[in-house]
Design a protein around this ligand. Structure first.
Ligand code: NAD
Length: 425
């Protein structure tokens, strides 16, 4: 348990970040070495951090690595990935290399269409409310488009209405979905503003009461699909292919397996989403909800063999990412990463992200169906364990190499190795 006397710090949000760090350190009785760590991490980052979040005291560096070998729709790509997990980037490089001979990843998309929900309650005639709203289509379009003239200028704006009457524990509710083309924006703020502007008018027209007015992260009108073919000789033969298919059928049938299978996909997806300053939680929520759209949780990907016996992978998921808005535009690292990608539209970025997710899934399934995940994972993890036990400089590689050679990447053994190395010096 922490020794914190009180979690109340008067006026913390009004202090400059350095004073905030001091105040937190004092309250939490933080050792000076940790204050130094946070101060050093804040260096060069704190002004931005302070603009992005409340009560900022520091910043946290996540490694950025490059996924090589990617070809997306015939275009060679270097893909920046931000992740703290070993093996993730290596797996994409390897998987992408193995499908280069068949042209890499081919993609398609349903377009940048988002939806916001307005919850209408308290009406005894929810079906009637539904029709009353539909009759106001033109006025609704006018209200929504007036909220965001800039979006209109870029070719986006209100597109449609979808109104559902749902049964809840509290009785029926009428849920109005406004369907909006958000172009190169993720669109959360755009559609939320429209929903808030529209809600009072809906109340006026229907006499129902509006409560929630917010986008849905189940962006099922903004679906991106990627597919790729891995030739049999790149997989390791028929047995490996069949075992990978078996791994897929397992994931598709069992939520315990599906959760981990899909986590592997999201290792790739979230790393590119984060590297480009997009909202990882929005993408994750949408991906998992879309996967469970038939009422049960299953594999996000589909796998088959083609007529020549090659392995075909397909990934189809909502991908609400933008190049405008959120941190994408104002985080210099996100901008630098977008420049490595060379993408000019949110649509192009979304296609790359889903392709990376598919590559990641191939890599994890192949490793699991053959040598197991630990072999590749542990090689990189050995370095982390060496660092964890306090190895520095050349000691890190010495400890890691020895851990790998004895095949046991364990902290207690790393401690022994480090102690021995130091005693031999
Ligand atoms: P935003 O409002 O910052 O930027 C979008 C706006 O930029 C558009 O509405 C438009 O006016 C303008 N714009 C300029 N050029 C454009 C172009 N080419 N295409 C489209 N729009 C253009 O950002 P946003 O995308 O509306 O919202 C994204 C942010 O919302 C993220 O930071 C996200 O974390 C946050 N958010 C998410 C949720 C959620 O996922 N549930 C909820 C609230 C907020």
């Amino acid at each position: 348990m922490s020794n914190l006397k009180s979690s109340r710090i008067e006026g913390l949000h009004k202090m400059p970040p350095e004073a905030r760090l001091r105040a937190v350190a004092q309250q939490a009785d933080l050792k000076e070495e940790y204050v130094d760590v946070l101060s050093a991490a804040a260096s060069g980052q704190i002004t931005l951090a302070d603009r992005l979040v409340e009560n900022a005291i520091s910043s946290m560096a996540i490694p950025i690595g490059i996924a090589t070998n990617m070809i997306v729709d015939g275009q060679e790509m270097l893909v920046p990935m931000a992740t703290e997990e070993s093996s993730v980037i290596a797996a994409v490089c390897n998987s992408a290399k193995r499908c280069r001979s068949t042209g890499g990843f081919k993609t398609s998309t349903s377009g940048p269409i988002m939806a916001a929900q307005i919850q209408l309650v308290g009406a005894t005639d929810p079906e009637n409310v539904r029709l009353k709203v539909l009759e106001r289509f033109d006025e609704i379009k006018e209200i929504c488009d007036t909220v965001d003239p800039l979006l209109l200028k870029f070719g986006g704006g209100f597109r449609d209405l979808d109104i559902r009457v749902i049964d809840t524990a509290e009785g029926p509710m009428t849920i109005v979905h406004i369907i909006v083309d958000t172009r190169d924006a993720m669109g959360a703020n755009a559609v939320n503003s429209m929903a808030e502007a529209l809600a009072p008018r809906l109340e006026e027209w229907t006499k129902a009461r509006s409560i929630l007015r917010i986008l849905t992260n189940l962006a099922d009108r903004r679906v991106v699909r990627a597919r790729a073919v891995w030739p049999l000789d790149e997989i390791g033969g028929e047995q490996v292919r069949d075992d990978m298919l078996s791994a897929y059928y397992f994931a598709d049938a069992d939520p315990y397996r599906a959760a981990t299978h899909n986590k592997g996909i999201m290792n790739g997806v979230s790393a590119v989403v984060l590297a480009t300053g997009n909202d990882t939680r929005a993408i994750e929520a949408g991906a998992h909800a879309y996967t469970a759209r038939d009422g049960w949780y299953r594999s996000m990907s589909r796998w088959e063999k083609d007529a020549d016996g090659n392995l075909v992978g397909i990934l189809e998921m909502p991908m609400a990412v933008g190049l405008i808005g959120g941190a994408t535009k104002i985080h210099p690292t996100a901008q630098a990463n977008l420049n490595i990608l060379g993408v000019k539209t949110a649509d192009a970025l979304a296609r790359i992200i889903v392709s990376v997710g598919l590559a990641q899934n191939f890599g994890a399934m192949r490793a699991l169906a053959t040598t197991g995940i630990q072999k590749g994972h542990m090689a990189l993890h050995a370095q982390n364990v060496a660092l964890m036990v306090g190895a520095t400089g050349p000691e890190i590689d010495q400890v890691a190499n020895e851990l790998k050679s004895i095949g046991k990447v364990r902290q207690d053994i790393a401690e022994e190795i480090l102690a021995r190395i130091r005693s031999e010096k």
